[in-house]
Design a protein. Structure first.
Length: 429
């Protein structure tokens, strides 16, 4: 009886153990299955989320890239526009500063209307050139292409042929022919600017020397500007190396510089020697140029050997040349009733002379009597007319010996040019 109870008790314990083990296994299996299922779902969801996020990121990246590209393009366009605006403003400022700046303010050479003098100090050119529009020197090449540096054709009177040279070479030839090479560098530089300006004005106006000169731009005479041909310049270089180098340096120092007035290249007249003053242009050439005004030029009288000249001729010849029919008796004095000065110019030259019953311009009297200038006085001595002549040339524009006097006094080319060409301004072409 007792054995049976214990057997039933052990059997019950075994049964509960099996049940417990089975339950535990079931729980473990259930847990593992749950974990497996949820783990897979989580992985799938994670992958799906990752794909969605990656897709969004790509989409955002593309949109952002497009935005960056657009902004970058706009910025580049704006930068280019700003750069162009700055370049334009800089060019305008430069043009205003160089093209319209006063030579005195800038300390630079100004171009002057010239009346040239030869290498011996006796040269000069003729004035009263035409007036033109705005200063634009654009000699058009084929298909509207501009020549960077213009050339100029020169009629060589002795050879009877035309020589075409670059502008700067032409200026070298003019400086070498028009001004004594022993002059100071500042005077030579002033001459170079004047010579270049004169040539540029002719090109700008389209002026030619005429059919006799084969339609060249200029001749090599004082009708325009004296000029040494290429052959003559080569000879000068061989014979006077120092003088040639002074010419070359003066032209190089002023390369491309001219004088303008109200945007137009001036008529840069020059002449050899003054009587102490220069002339207003209208008193000589009948054309008023606001930059060709009478100014003092005291330096000439002290240094130029052409500052004063004495000319003598028979009284009868004197009267005859002036067209006076009724002359005093032989050996008589000059009659102030027959010949007298009615008016003088601002430059102290004879403007109007009464000769018998005729009124003559001072420039006419100079030509009739063959005088160096229209600044003269006269008296009678022993049947002779004795004339004292002051200066050499027409007197308009820059005095070459005056320029040399200023250079010796320490003035540079800019001050020389500013003195003789009032109100003209420096420009580059």
């Amino acid at each position: 009886m007792a054995y049976g109870r214990r057997g039933r008790a052990r059997a019950g314990e075994v049964s509960w153990t099996v049940i417990s083990v089975a339950y535990g296994l079931g729980v473990i299996i259930a847990i593992l299955m749950w974990a497996s299922i949820h783990s897979g779902a989580g992985s799938a969801m994670g992958q799906a989320f990752q794909q969605v996020e990656e897709s969004r990121a790509v989409e955002k990246g593309e949109v952002k890239g497009q935005a960056v590209e657009k902004v970058g393009g706009e910025a580049e366009a704006e930068a280019e526009a700003e750069a162009e605006a700055e370049a334009k403003a800089e060019a305008e400022a430069k043009a205003e500063g160089e093209g319209e700046g006063s030579a005195l303010e800038k300390g630079e050479a100004q171009s002057r209307e010239r009346t040239g003098s030869g290498a011996d100090g006796t040269g000069g050119n003729s004035g009263a050139g035409g007036a033109g529009g705005a200063f634009v020197l654009d000699r058009e090449g084929g298909e509207g292409r501009r020549e960077a540096l213009p050339s100029i054709s020169v009629f060589l009177t002795k050879e009877g042929k035309v020589e075409t040279v670059p502008l700067e070479t032409y200026v070298e030839g003019v400086v070498a022919a028009e001004m004594p090479l022993m002059f100071r560098p500042a005077a030579l530089e002033a001459q170079a600017v004047a010579a270049r300006t004169y040539a540029i004005r002719r090109l700008w106006l389209g002026e030619h020397a005429g059919s006799d000169a084969k339609e060249a731009d200029v001749t090599d005479t004082q009708e325009h500007q004296a000029y040494l041909s290429l052959t003559e310049m080569k000879r000068l270089k061989e014979d006077d190396r120092e003088g040639w180098e002074k010419v070359r340096d003066a032209v190089a120092a002023t390369k491309g510089r001219i004088l303008v007035y109200e945007g137009e290249p001036i008529e840069a007249l020059f002449f050899s020697t003054s009587n102490g003053y220069t002339e207003n242009s209208e008193d000589v050439f009948s054309v008023r140029r606001p930059y060709l005004r009478s100014v003092e030029s005291p330096w000439d009288q002290a240094i130029s050997d052409r500052a004063k000249q004495t000319v003598e001729m028979e009284l009868s010849e004197f009267y005859e040349l002036l067209g006076v029919k009724t002359a005093p008796a032989a050996g008589g004095a000059l009659s102030t009733d027959l010949i007298r000065v009615l008016e003088r110019t601002a430059g102290r030259r004879v403007k109007t002379l009464l000769a018998g019953d005729k009124r003559l311009k001072g420039t006419e009297v100079r030509q009739l009597l063959g005088l160096r200038s229209a600044s003269f006085e006269w008296k009678a001595e022993r049947g002779m007319a004795v004339l004292t002549v002051y200066g050499y040339g027409h007197g308009v524009g820059m005095s070459q010996w005056g320029a040399e006097g200023m250079a010796r006094a320490g003035d540079d080319a800019s001050h020389i040019l500013a003195h003789y060409y009032k109100g003209a301004k420096l420009a580059s072409f």
